[in-house]
Ligand binder design. Structure first.
Ligand code: FAD
Length: 480
């Protein structure tokens, strides 16, 4: 069999292909997938955990012979069913090596399955760092790229904009290098490719010398923030807000690069037993006594109300404690519409609050910013962007009502030109998406070219990109 290790996968007899894949096949009793938010579940035909590129080729060869779909998956942090499949799942987390670090030219080449936590550690050894990071660093590098994951900073694009080139394994088993100069359409499509263009084997990404950020946080009344929106958003390199509607308060964070020594801040109350465990217990009670939720929100807002200043390595400042499993949705609206949209949301939430039978949501609403880009499916395509995200926590993993809240929220952000975050659940059809994304058809053209038989089109991609009637609850525990 050792001779088969050098053979082209297409020349390997099926029996030997199975034997070669056995060591990287997750035993069937464990071959189940649940996303981080515990909101979507699937049982793929098989889950593979390849450790090298050859094994990835073998998986695609088997899928081709058996006519199966292959879905690459990172660490399953997408809150939607984007990573789910009833076909083959290819888990990338053992393909997590850094392949090259070039401190002089300021780039890194790493395998797609490396997590950002792992990447931060490797980059720090060469005194380098990622240029922008989102709320967590648990995700894989390929996972953040295919979903155009963003941090915050009106001068900073989504994280895919820092990618210089990619190596992909395509549906026909061939390898493709792509960049703005080489197979540029495939490159631009893959920068927010939803896993549908091919398996991302490696990523070349622009980085910068390691830096510390100085973050200043304060809580301001809603009106003060919205009336001074431009000034605040442009007042620092990385600005983000957390809005507590029932308290009518916005927690503001402004962070800039600094040479000052490290001095981590952190609200003691928020990170303490009180902030974590007591709030979770209260949220649990709020499941049964909905009237408690506004009080809990005001309490959580109070816990972090002090002004604070902290200095730390960039990624420590970018990352926040995302707390408990949650339902979440996030939409990107043109920056110009942000003020009006926030006022509309406030009007609606206040009306719900006044209504004795109205909604009693949790907190907070996260508000972030990104610069325009030209990536076909990036929600920031063509304009400066304001991202509005809401969560409904699932205390101790128990479910909470969220659908009516998300429906009302989505109606308002849609009126303001909202585009959904691709990793988060939404209900938009290709016809609506085509109106929101001028390059939608460029994306589907690339898919038809590189994957004519749809090997990489899982249920999510079939539903939202190809318009197949696949139920949005197909991977929910309760189908109705
Ligand atoms: C707590 C939490 C905080 C978050 N914070 C932010 C945030 O601050 N900003 C933001 O924009 N988003 C955020 N997200 C969303 C998150 O960044 C994305 O869902 C990201 O895709 C997750 O990465 P992952 O490795 O878990 O990918 P998965 O969820 O496992 O997969 C996501 C997509 O990537 C594809 N994929 C994975 N690996 C490969 C590969 N090697 N080749 C091809 N395709 C591949 C999959 O097919 C799938 O389409 C957050 C999510 C959570 C749960």
């Amino acid at each position: 069999m050792s001779s088969q290790l050098h053979a082209h996968p297409s020349s390997i007899p099926s029996q030997i292909l199975y034997t070669l894949l056995t060591p990287i096949t997750v035993p069937s009793q464990r071959a189940r997938f649940t996303n981080w938010g515990q909101t979507f579940h699937c049982t793929p035909l098989a889950i593979f955990e390849p450790e090298n590129e050859f094994q990835c080729e073998l998986i695609l060869e088997l899928a081709r012979r058996e006519g199966k779909v292959v879905r690459a998956v990172g660490v399953g942090h997408s809150p939607s069913d984007l990573a789910c499949t009833n076909g083959f799942m290819l888990r990338t987390t053992k393909m997590n090596r850094v392949l090259e670090v070039n401190a002089e030219k300021r780039y890194v080449v790493a395998q797609g399955g490396i997590t950002l936590h792992e990447l931060h550690i490797e980059l720090a050894k060469s005194n380098l760092a990622m240029m922008n990071v989102g709320s967590i660093s648990d995700q894989t590098l390929a996972g953040i790229i295919t979903t155009a994951t963003h941090g915050s900073g009106i001068g900073y694009g989504v994280m895919s904009t820092h990618v210089m080139s990619l190596t992909l394994l395509l549906a026909d088993g061939s390898r493709a290098s792509c960049s703005l100069n080489e197979r540029s359409e495939l490159f631009i499509a893959t920068l927010c490719g939803l896993g549908a263009t091919g398996i991302i084997l490696s990523v070349q990404m622009e980085v910068e010398p390691a830096y510390r950020l100085k973050e200043y946080q304060e809580s301001l009344p809603f009106d003060e923030v919205v009336s001074n929106f431009d000034r605040l958003v442009y007042s620092a390199e990385h600005v983000r807000f957390w809005w507590f509607p029932t308290a009518d308060i916005i927690r503001c964070s402004y962070a800039d690069r600094t040479t000052e020594p490290k001095k981590p801040a952190g609200s003691w109350l928020w990170h303490s037993f009180l902030g974590y465990h007591v709030v979770q217990l209260l949220l649990f009670l709020g499941r049964f006594f909905l009237f408690l939720n506004p009080w809990i929100a005001n309490f959580a807002c109070w816990l972090i109300s002090n002004k604070s200043i902290g200095v730390d390595d960039g990624h420590h400042i970018f990352n926040v404690d995302c707390r408990y499993p949650q339902h979440t949705t996030e939409w990107a609206i043109p920056y110009e519409n942000a003020e009006a949209c926030l006022r509309d949301l406030r009007f609606w939430l206040a009306a719900e609050h006044e209504d004795p039978h109205g909604l009693r949501p949790h907190f907070p609403i996260e508000i972030r910013f990104s610069a325009p880009d030209e990536i076909f499916l990036s929600p920031s395509n063509g304009h400066r962007t304001c991202w509005l995200g809401i969560v409904q926590y699932k205390p101790y993993g128990f479910n909470v009502p969220y659908r009516k809240l998300f429906d009302g929220y989505e109606r308002i952000v849609s009126r303001h030109g909202g585009r959904p975050h691709w990793a988060k659940a939404h209900r938009l059809s290709p016809n609506t998406l085509r109106q929101l994304y001028p390059a939608f058809d460029d994306f589907t053209r690339v898919l038809e070219n590189v994957d004519p038989f749809g090997m990489f089109r899982n249920e999510y991609v079939q539903r939202h990109i190809m318009g197949r009637p696949i139920d949005v609850r197909i991977f929910k525990k309760r189908q109705l």
